[in-house]
Design a protein around this ligand. Structure first.
Ligand SMILES: [Zn+2]
Length: 327
């Protein structure tokens, strides 16, 4: 069978490498001991305990007696099942979409991501699971998302606060807060580009974070919550945030979508050397074949694969297009 973590062929549910990465080789049942219905009642009970307003779409899990069990404290994993709400197309594939997109980011685009896999409920339905990176040996590691770094809350900036910002401005915060910003800003640029190529239109302020390192300073956290939201909501806007606060390239003005020139100008705003930005773009644009290969091997259903492929090729085309060079 295919490993529910990385898609390689394996005798067991997870290959050796994934068992090490996800569970530190701890012996445990690789099927959840509960079904989605029980997950939902656990979610309600735990949200009351944690006094978070409203029911969450995910819960924490911890290993107890060789099983992964819902918990309100010391959770080492997050479990996200397919949502109950039918809010778009291919909803049955939401968990598989996030899993594939995260695997694509790490395996093909070499981005640092949260460790993740699919896992089956007791009735066989697959859910997305990710290992929390803000925990190490039961200790909490300090993490802050960019809405809090920007000082943006619902109270201060209204209901739409997570989207009321520009990627260029996130670059400004990276420069302000992270000592190794030259490295971090390049990681950020790659992530914005990756999100664009896979059609992730939900990379808002809260989906980027900084994490304290063992050296006490902060760096960008591993990437998380990556999925092709476009697969489910094909009519939403291409990016969650605009690239620039008060600027438009000629290319964008003429065509109304972000393309090569926009990424080059974004890189400039982020103070990434031109040659380096060109190299990243060239490198990412060369990953068409490997991406389609991994997609074919993913757990998405055939129709969703086809849609994902069309979208990805369309985005490759968009990013390959340069208005300036064509003039
Ligand atoms: Zn694996």
């Amino acid at each position: 069978m295919k490993c529910l973590g990385c898609f390689v062929l394996t005798e067991e549910v997870y290959c050796k490498k994934c068992r090490k990465a996800l569970f530190d080789n701890q012996k445990l049942s690789t099927i959840l001991d509960f079904d989605k219905k029980e997950f939902l009642s656990a979610t309600v009970a735990l949200s009351e305990q944690m006094s978070i307003s409203g029911v969450q779409d995910k819960i924490s899990l911890k290993i107890e007696n060789e099983k992964l069990m819902p918990t309100s404290t010391d959770g080492a994993y997050l479990l996200k099942p397919i949502p109950l709400m039918e809010y778009g197309e291919f909803i049955e594939d939401v968990a598989k979409n996030e899993h594939f997109t995260m695997q694509l980011a790490s395996q093909v685009f070499k981005l640092e991501t949260a460790k993740n896999a699919l896992i089956a409920f007791s009735d066989g339905e697959l859910a997305y699971m990710t290992k929390r990176f803000d925990r190490a040996d039961g200790m909490k590691i300090k993490q802050e998302d960019f809405s809090s770094l920007a000082g943006y809350t619902e109270q201060s900036h209204g209901k739409n606060y997570k989207y009321d910002y520009a990627y260029e401005q996130i670059g400004g915060l990276i420069k302000q807060y992270l000592p190794s910003y030259k490295i971090e800003v390049l990681k950020f640029f790659k992530l914005v580009l990756f999100n664009y190529l896979v059609g992730n239109g939900d990379a808002h302020l809260k989906n980027f974070s900084v994490l304290q390192r063992s050296t006490q300073d902060y760096g960008l956290s591993p990437a998380y919550d990556l999925l092709s939201s476009f697969l489910h909501l094909p009519n939403e806007s291409r990016t969650a945030l605009e690239f620039f606060k008060a600027y438009e390239t000629k290319s964008f003005e003429a065509n109304g979508f972000y393309a090569y020139d926009d990424f080059m100008v974004l890189a400039k705003f982020l103070e990434i050397p031109e040659k380096m930005a060109e190299k990243v773009l060239r490198d990412f644009l060369s990953k068409e074949k490997t991406t389609l290969g991994l997609l074919e091997n993913s757990f998405l259903n055939d129709e969703a694969k086809e849609r994902y492929k069309i979208l990805f090729l369309d985005r490759i085309k968009a990013v390959s297009y340069s208005f300036e060079k064509k003039r």
